[in-house]
Design a binder for this molecule. Sequence first.
Ligand code: XUL
Length: 544
Amino acid sequence: MPIYIGFDASTQSLSAMALRVEGATREVVCAHALSYDEALPHHGTRHGVLPSDDPRVAASSPLMWAEALDLMLGRLSADPRLDRDQVRAISGSGQQHGSVYLAAGALDTLGTLDPARPIAAQLGGCFARPVAPIWMDASTGPQCAELAAALGGADAVARRTGSRPTARFTGPQIRRFATADPAGYARTAHIHLVSSYHAALLAGRQAPVDPGDGAGTNLMDLATTDWWPAAVQATAPGLEARLPPVAPSWTTVGPLSGYWQARHGFPPARVVTWSGDNPCSLVGTGLVREGRVAVSLGTSDTIFGAMDAPRVDPIGTGHVFGAPMGGFMGLTCFANGSLARDRVRQVHGLDWEGFAEALRHAPAGSGGGILLPWFVPEITPVVPEPGARAYGVDLDDAARHVRAVVEGQFLAMARHSAWMGIHVGAIHATGGAAANRALLQVLADVFDARVLRFEVGNSACLGAALRAVHADARASGRDIPWDEVIDGFVAPLAEPPIVPVPEHVRRYAALRAVHAACEAHALGHGPDPAAAQERWRRAVPIEN
Ligand code: XUL
């Protein structure tokens, strides 16, 4: 029975998941994960990142990633649950935005590796730059400003590429390298994303970038899903010749290279173009069409969903990426997620059960009080200097303080994701804090949408494996519907969904304007919001 493998090359680890799929049989055969720090300590990473004196700089090692792939294919090969001969197709997900700089001849090397030796020992001459800047890098502010100026302003770049010039995005990173190290840039023959680099390693040849990850570069035109010549030219000289082609997410790169076949005993399985972790998560959380969003409640909180059209965020903090099904996806990220909830929890000496209890005890709407929980610099809206701001919230009252932090987060999420234009019928909640039903009740009430919980798993890895299923069927002449692809793998937990409470929905609908007024005031471009709060209190007479 055919087996499909998905990889997830994330910041801290490499994971793999194998699925068995045929007709009604759909099961996870096995899943593995290796942490870069633990499995490959000689590369000296911490949480997958190389140490740096400059806190704005974040890079990792592309050699380490290749070594991890070798190790992982070895583990899969040795797993008795996995019948290697049945592996039909392989795809993957990569942390977005990171870039790998390959020297001339590197692709030939990948195609002619000696299976008797580990890959890492054979890549010596392959890298024009030994490190790969990753998404946590924030060192390219000047390059973002230069690119905005060259391309008609930040908003013009956002309309074309889906995002304003953004520090972690690949284009500004390439520009920084090309100017800081012109000799290194001159040695560079190919610039890969983390995703396309891994696909090239597996296939032993050039691999394309898909529109999901291509949109994370500030270099791809959403309208053509191809590189935007003006941005490519403005970014660095001769960049066009160094970028891989952009191709649909289901494109076959080639068969698994002879190296992996001979070294770990796999068949010439189809290597399918890799994508970014967020686009893969879209598939892995079952959001294969517009109408639902996923809310991931982790260290940071993220909201994302499929979009039929590339609608762009007018305030510029959201991102539009290609979706692996075709079409697009919107994503907005909030830095003050679990971290902010945890701060408030600790102020009142509560455990998480106590936090949930407190949440239930305060009235919905906190009497018109608003907390802007910017404990660390916030991405959405942009708040470079941290500092939480409270408007009419009794911070000594644990229940009200807890309620206000959660409401402040979800009101911000609802307002700052409205640009996606998605009519949210249901929310798929994931991430650690999704364990808390009281929290999800507020989410349901603020969005006026049902909330369904999904098993917390590696949705990017699952999404990658499911993309391999889809691409293999398509290449075999069967354009399999996405609902059929995800069927049996992506299902909500067997529990009643969390449904909105009409009275709370009414209060929050009115509270959005108050939240907007408080935020504008805190950011220094709005009047004192007390009048807006007073209007809300008169309109919504509740137990205060
Ligand atoms: C998205 C982003 C992160 C990385 C993490 O824009 O930077 O989600 O993809 O791997």
